[in-house]
Design a protein. Structure first.
Length: 250
């Protein structure tokens, strides 16, 4: 009986390519209304030595919003201490005059283009019913652009909210080195990874809430080893007072 139930659960799991259609539609909706929201974001950068020991750590907190589809941030704290208020009027005016950025294929579409999908399953993530899929880059897949070339060297898993068809979490890790310019320009080391989480903020909208990066890379002749943790919170809709306070152009 257990085997039969497991087989039924597997058979009923949606194909990830069908899920992608809903995910892309939700992302397009977010792109349209993201200018209506503001939030705070903290970023902690840890510099590591060759043994992985933290030798330096810095933390910053910024207020983030979007103008005409472009990101604008204003630094409010550095290492927990308030900083003089940053005037972002010029940034806002410049972004408002630029055409909205062109949206290329999202992360999921890029992964699907060059990866083998496996192990579909039902599970839970962050207390929500979820659909999970593993992936691994296919070295023989045809790729277009640097991002897909890099993703062919990665493996990981993606979790979707089963009810709302939104990405809850994605884990991406390099299973071998990725060299740019034959390794002369840059080399992303095996074991480098990125974990991304999204969370609902109300009105059926999901935003990226957390990113954790463990990076080992060499750029030209300089080696870089870092842990970077980013958290986004206090998502709010703009009101007239906020718009006036950031100097948004009429």
């Amino acid at each position: 009986m257990t085997v039969i139930l497991a087989a039924l659960m597997f058979a009923q799991t949606p194909d990830i390519r069908d899920l992608m259609k809903d995910v892309q539609a939700h992302q397009a909706k977010l792109d349209e209304i993201r200018d209506n929201y503001t939030f705070h974001q903290t970023s902690t950068v840890e510099e590591l030595d060759g043994s992985g020991k933290v030798v330096k750590s810095t933390t910053s907190e910024s207020e983030v919003f979007f103008v005409n589809g472009w990101r604008v941030s204003r630094l409010v704290k550095r290492d927990g201490k308030p900083v003089p208020e940053e005037d972002v009027t010029k940034k806002v005016t410049a972004r408002a005059k630029k055409p909205p950025p062109k949206r290329g294929p999202g992360l999921l579409a890029q992964i699907l283009a060059v990866a083998v999908i496996s192990n579909p399953r039902r599970t839970t993530m962050n207390g929500r019913a979820a659909l999970a899929y593993d992936f691994k880059g296919n070295p023989k897949a045809e790729s277009h652009g640097l991002a897909q070339d890099a993703l062919k060297k990665t493996a990981g898993a993606i979790w979707f909210d089963e009810a709302e068809h939104q990405i809850i979490r994605a884990e991406i890790e390099f299973f071998e080195n990725f060299r740019i310019g034959g390794g002369l320009l840059a080399n992303v080391q095996k074991g480098s990874r990125v974990d991304i989480e999204q969370a609902p903020i109300g009105d059926g909208i999901w935003m990226q809430s957390a990113t954790d990066q463990h990076l080992g890379l060499r750029v030209v002749f300089k080696g870089v080893r870092q842990n970077v943790r980013t958290r986004s919170f206090d998502f709010r809709k703009f009101d007239v007072g906020m718009t006036q306070s950031i100097g948004s152009p009429k």
